[in-house]
Design a protein around this ligand. Structure first.
Ligand code: 48H
Length: 260
């Protein structure tokens, strides 16, 4: 007779590898579980796509947990608050145009909403490279974050995808791989990465959404990654642009995948 310990370990091992196996090839791979990546994951999963999110940290949520300077409230514009309400996240009106949100409720609500919509989040997994075949980005190269952090010489595995979203925030790590390692020319004013500009809330919020686009066949960027690529301004602890960017990239990908 099996002892309890064996059953519990077996449950974890079998269920995890079943989950991983169902995501060895996905419609959409999203790198980074920040606000833009989570809204994109939610929308694409609701649209029926097989979506995997890879997040290098143990806790998904990206830059949402700490509010502004660790004061755990964030601000959204009235129109973007509607997206949060779809996730059942409560907002409180402030000064006519804005709403405030408890950062913990926002982070946990976005994670829960993306998961409940059907997206699977693989946490503590770092995307260290991409796959490009015949002029199209078609996969992510993944490894456990502790392996990467300890500098262990361990080969990764590869997840194939029809569309890849760089949701890695300020550094746009995935687009960096495409430009600097694969040497591709992306859809930006220079064909490369322009780099984020300093603080200008109003302009940054507007251009985050404008900068959200397909950069190369199979490759997309959302949120601060999109801004870093196209040279947009940063905007601090206001998050409407991140949610709208996630929604926009989901719509662009849905349209592109439906033509494939
Ligand atoms: C796996 C990775 C990898 C990798 C990074 O920064 P994020 O919160 O992303 P966005 O763009 O959705 O939101 C930006 C927002 O949080 C922000 O920083 C704002 C509004 N700043 C304004 C300002 O002025 O500063 O999340 C990105 C996530 C993080 O959780 C990373 O751990 C993760 O991506 N990540 N995951 N593999 N190679 N690189």
């Amino acid at each position: 007779m099996k002892v309890m310990e064996e059953t519990i370990s077996g449950a974890i091992v079998r269920r995890f590898f079943n989950k991983l196996e169902r995501h060895l090839s996905v419609d959409v791979a999203i790198v980074g579980a920040g606000p833009s990546g989570l809204v994109a994951a939610h929308d694409l999963a609701l649209a029926g796509y097989n979506v995997a999110v890879f997040e290098s940290k143990l806790a998904p949520g990206g830059g949402t947990w700490g509010g502004g300077m660790l004061m755990n409230e964030v601000v959204v514009q009235n129109d973007a608050a509607a997206i949060l309400h779809e996730f059942n996240i409560t907002t409180v009106p402030f000064d006519n145009q804005y709403q405030t949100v408890d950062a913990i409720e926002m982070a946990s609500g976005l994670i829960f909403g993306a998961r409940k919509a059907g997206a699977v989040i693989f946490n503590a997994v770092t995307v260290e490279d991409i796959a490009i075949h015949d002029g199209r980005v078609c996969g992510v190269v993944i490894n456990w974050n502790p392996v990467a952090r300890l500098g262990m010489h361990v080969d990764p595995i590869v997840i194939m995808c029809r569309a890849l979203v760089d949701g890695t925030g300020h550094p746009s790590e995935i687009v960096q791989k495409a430009v600097n390692k694969a040497g591709v020319t992306i859809d930006s004013p220079t064909g490369g990465i322009l780099g984020e500009k300093p603080m200008w809330m109003e302009d940054g919020e507007r251009t985050t959404v404008e900068n959200t686009k397909r950069l190369y066949p199979g490759l997309y960027a959302s949120g601060m990654a999109a801004n870093n690529v196209q040279g947009g301004f940063r905007m601090g602890p206001i998050f409407g642009g991140m949610f709208k960017s996630g929604r926009k990239i989901a719509q662009l990908i849905s349209a592109d995948l439906s033509h494939d």
